[in-house]
Design a protein around this ligand. Sequence first.
Ligand SMILES: NC(=O)c1ccc[n+]([C@@H]2O[C@H](COP(=O)([O-])OP(=O)(O)OC[C@H]3O[C@@H](n4cnc5c(N)ncnc54)[C@H](O)[C@@H]3O)[C@@H](O)[C@H]2O)c1
Length: 371
Amino acid sequence: MSLASPTAGRVRSWFSCRCDRKGESVFDHPEFDGHEQVVHCHDESVGLRAIIAIHDTTLGPAAGGCRMQPYASEADALTDVLRLSKGMSYKNALAGLRLGGGKCVVLADPSTPEKHALLHALGRHVQSLGGRYWTAIDVGVGPADVDVVADECDYVFTRASEYPAGFDPSLFTALGTFTALRAAAEHVWGTDDLHGRTVAIQGLGATGRDLARQLHEAGATLVVADIDRAVVSHVVNAYGATAVDPATIHAQPVDVFAPCALGSVVDDDTLPAIGARVICGTANNQLAEARHGEALRAAGISYVPDYVANGGGVIGAAARIYSSPTLDESRAAVARIYDTTRQILTRAAAESRPPSDIADDMARRIIAAAR
Ligand SMILES: NC(=O)c1ccc[n+]([C@@H]2O[C@H](COP(=O)([O-])OP(=O)(O)OC[C@H]3O[C@@H](n4cnc5c(N)ncnc54)[C@H](O)[C@@H]3O)[C@@H](O)[C@H]2O)c1
């Protein structure tokens, strides 16, 4: 598709240097990390309020999903987008993709009847960036929604219409996490055979449910929790899992804890109760703060950095920015997460450092080498 002019119509973006908290600028923000561009997007006619953050484009155009949620404040949205876009730079670098890191947040309830109008308006803003940022699915924005964004924009991936059955970003994410979990098991127990291993899964949505299926087929015993009783019943019936109270899932006496729902699950309150030797799940931003990486190491828990464990989605889906991979080719690319995970955990052990720090170092080096 083509548009008459990227800045036509109601598109009005500006480099942002402001947020809700008095006296605080983007440049002084604790999550600011030399981001190349931060754009506030507004469309009065539909009430669009969104922020696009482009962290780094050294490796290629910034790629990362669009999240829609009713943030309590613009400051919260800014914090989220700055943090998530940096995470995408690191995730894409370690995944071996020729892509930089970016992210978009829309300050709205995803159940709003105005969702299509918001997505169209957002599409015009993304288009106005001329391909510096490619958008995709995230929390509150699914594959069918990004097809709506694509009505107004060329720079969209993870579109529902691009995926034949089974070719689904969430399934690539679950496959990547399963792969990382096997590599972590090999590192900790000397074998990636999961027969007899116990895994506690927090969250049984698009990714957690498929991870449960793969773990069950690999012979693992499952303990699960979700706030949605229907999905819990499904997994209990289908895979013989044991359901527990969501408030206690992190504290189960299991081999592996797989956070597949929320961010910040490892914090000062939860960490002392974690019973697993390995943490490996699909959720983004699992550590409440970077220092919890060292706290996990000190507690003898092997943590697979979240953006390594959940890199399968972008690996499988973003290849379509450059090519038209088959399902098998995408699955083969996701399988490389095994070696990346082993490399990170091996180095972390050798250097007595948290795997999260090692992964950050490796990603930064990949980006620096390309400069
Ligand atoms: N979908 C992807 O491809 C992908 C890629 C990378 C990262 N992630 C991350 O993985 C996580 C899960 O993604 P998803 O696509 O499976 O989301 P989803 O919305 O499909 O599923 C999340 C599940 O977690 C449950 N949940 C919410 N709060 C909970 C709680 N307190 N305790 C237990 N369960 C709870 C929800 O009921 C839901 O079933 C998110 O953090 C997401 O950002 C997803």
